[in-house]
Design a protein around this ligand. Structure first.
Ligand code: NAD
Length: 411
C-alpha cells in the first residue's frame, strides 16, 4: 500500500512534506484485554485500531477477527480504506481494526464478551464524529450491534452512527448487503461502454460466489450479460450459453456452494476450476474471492478483454505489468469494490439524520457516486497517460494531498 502511494506521489511530483505525511498513519492503538471464557478460564487477547487519516472527516473501516491479525496488516488495510474513500469522494479518512483470535473456536457468548471488551478498550478512538467501525472478515451485523450497544451504554444514550453494517432494525441501511456487488456491476457497465462494448450479451466470468461474487453475477445477469463461468471453493461451473444465476444462487445458499448444480459443466476442485476460468475466452473477468489470484505464473494465460477487481488485491504487481503488456484493461479494487463503503457512508448519514431512505434512493445515489468516480478516474488516466490503477491511486493521493494542503500542518 505504501509502495503504491510512493509510486503515485512520484508520478504526481508531490511536495515531499505532503508525501511524508500521507505515507504514515496518524493514530495506532494496541490493546490487550482479558475475557472470561466459557470454561471459567481467562484468555488475554490483543486488538488493534489504526486511524490512517482523518483530514476530511471521521475515519472509517472494518474490524476483523482472525488469528493472523497484526498491526502491520491493520495499518495497510487502513491506508487502503483512506485511498478508497478519497477516490469515490466519501468524506471519511481510512481506519481498520482487528483482534487476533480464532472466532471459529469461540462460542457466541465468548465472541460477545470479547467484542464488548474490545469496544471498551478502543473507546477513546471511536465515535460517530471520530471513527466508525464496520464488519470485515469474520465480523457481521451482530458484531456491529454489540459494538453499538456497548458504546451506547457507556455514553448513556443510543448512538446508532458509531458503526455501520448494522441490521436495518437498528439503523442499518437498506441495500447495504448487496452494495459491493451492485457497485461492481455499475462500474463494469461503465467500463464496457467506455470500451465501445455492448452490455447485452457480454460474456462474464466470476471467481467467488459469496457476498460479492454472487451479487455482481446476479446484477450483471439481470442487465443482460451472459455469465459463462463461475467458481467457488467447491469447484467451477461453465456454460457458454449462460448460467441461470438466480437458480444457482438459490442452490448455493441451500448447499453452501455451487457443487451439484446441473445447469452447466461442473469442474471439481477450486484449483482446476480457477485455472479453467482464467484461460476461458470472455469479455469480462471478475475475481471476487481472494487476494493474489492472478500472479506472474498465470497472468499470461488470461483470456479476458477486461478485468474488474471485485476482491481486494486479486492481481499481484508483476501480474499487473503482464496484463498491461497484453492490452488487458483492469478496473482497480479501490474503485470497483467501493460500493460497500459508499453505502456505509449513506448508513452513517441516515443515522445522524434519523431518517431512513428507500432502497431505490440508496441504489440511485450509489450509482451516481460510482459513475462520477469512474469518469474521474478515466479522465485522470487519459490526462496523465497512465492505466486505470495508476490513475485511481494518483487521483486518491492527489485529493488527500489537496485537503492536507488546505488545512495546513498543525500547529
Ligand atoms: P465471502 O466469504 O462471502 O465469499 C467468498 C467466496 O469466494 C465464496 O464463494 C468462496 O467459496 C469463494 N472462494 C474462496 N476461496 C476460493 C478459491 N480459492 N477459488 C475460488 N473461490 C473461492 O466473501 P465476500 O464478502 O464475497 O468477499 C470477497 C472478496 O471481496 C474479499 O477479498 C473481500 O475482502 C472483498 N470485499 C468484500 C466486500 C464486501 O462488502 N463483502 C467489500 C469490499 C471488498
Amino acid at each position: 500500500m505504501v509502495g503504491r502511494i510512493d509510486h503515485a506521489a512520484e508520478k504526481l511530483n508531490l511536495d515531499p512534506s505532503i508525501h511524508k505525511t500521507l505515507r504514515t498513519p496518524r493514530r495506532s492503538l494496541i490493546v490487550t484485554f482479558p475475557v472470561k471464557m466459557d470454561n471459567g478460564e481467562v484468555e488475554v487477547f490483543t486488538g488493534y485500531r489504526v486511524q490512517y487519516n482523518y483530514v476530511k472527516g471521521p475515519s472509517k473501516g472494518g474490524i476483523r477477527y482472525h488469528p493472523d491479525v497484526t498491526l502491520e496488516e491493520v495499518t495497510a488495510l487502513a491506508g487502503l480504506m483512506a485511498l478508497k474513500c478519497a477516490v469515490v469522494d466519501v468524506p471519511f479518512g481510512g481506519a481498520k481494526g482487528g483482534v487476533a483470535c480464532d472466532p471459529r473456536s469461540m462460542s457466541m457468548g465468548e465472541l460477545e464478551r470479547m467484542t464488548r471488551r474490545y469496544t471498551y478498550m478502543i473507546l477513546p478512538l471511536v465515535g460517530p464524529e471520530q471513527d466508525i467501525p464496520a464488519p470485515d472478515v469474520n465480523t457481521d451485523s451482530q458484531t456491529m450491534s454489540w459494538i453499538m450497544d456497548t458504546y451506547s451504554m457507556l455514553r448513556g444514550y443510543t448512538v446508532q452512527g458509531v458503526v455501520t453494517g448494522k441490521p436495518v432494525e437498528l439503523g442499518g441501511s437498506k441495500g447495504r448487503l448487496t452494495s459491493t456487488g451492485r457497485g461492481i456491476a455499475y462500474v463494469t457497465q461503465d467500463m464496457l461502454r467506455a470500451s465501445g462494448m455492448e452490455v447485452n450479451d457480454t460474456t462474464v466470468c466470476v471467481q467467488g460466489f459469496g457476498n460479492v461474487g454472487m451479487n455482481v453475477a446476479k446484477f450483471l445477469h439481470e442487465d443482460g450479460c451472459k455469465i459463462v463461468g463461475i467458481t467457488d471453493i467447491t469447484g467451477g461451473l461453465f456454460n457458454p450459453s449462460g448460467i441461470d444465476v438466480p437458480s444457482l444462487a438459490l442452490h448455493a445458499e441451500k448447499k453452501r456452494g455451487i457443487r451439484g448444480f446441473s445447469g452447466g459443466e461442473f469442474v471439481s476442485g477450486h484449483v482446476e476450476a480457477n485455472r479453467r476460468l482464467l484461460i476461458m475466452k470472455t469479455d469480462v473477468l471478475i475475481p471476487a474471492a481472494l487476494e493474489n489470484q492472478i500472479t506472474e505464473s498465470n497472468a499470461s494465460d488470461v483470456n479476458a478483454r477486461l478485468i474488474v477487481e471485485g476482491a481486494n488485491g486479486p492481481i499481484t504487481r508483476r501480474a499487473d505489468s503482464i496484463l498491461g503488456r497484453k492490452g488487458i484493461q483492469v478496473v482497480p479494487d479501490i474503485l470497483a469494490n467501493s460500493g460497500g463503503v459508499i453505502v456505509s457512508y449513506f448508513e452513517w448519514v441516515q443515522d445522524i439524520q434519523a431518517y431512513l431512505w428507500s432502497e431505490q434512493e440508496v441504489n440511485a445515489r450509489l450509482k451516481n457516486l460510482m459513475n462520477d468516480a469512474f469518469v474521474q478516474v478515466q479522465d485522470f488516466a487519459n490526462e496523465h497517460e497512465v492505466n486505470l490503477r495508476e490513475a485511481a491511486y494518483m487521483l486518491a493521493v492527489n485529493k488527500m494531498a489537496e485537503v492536507t494542503k488546505l488545512r495546513g500542518i498543525f500547529p
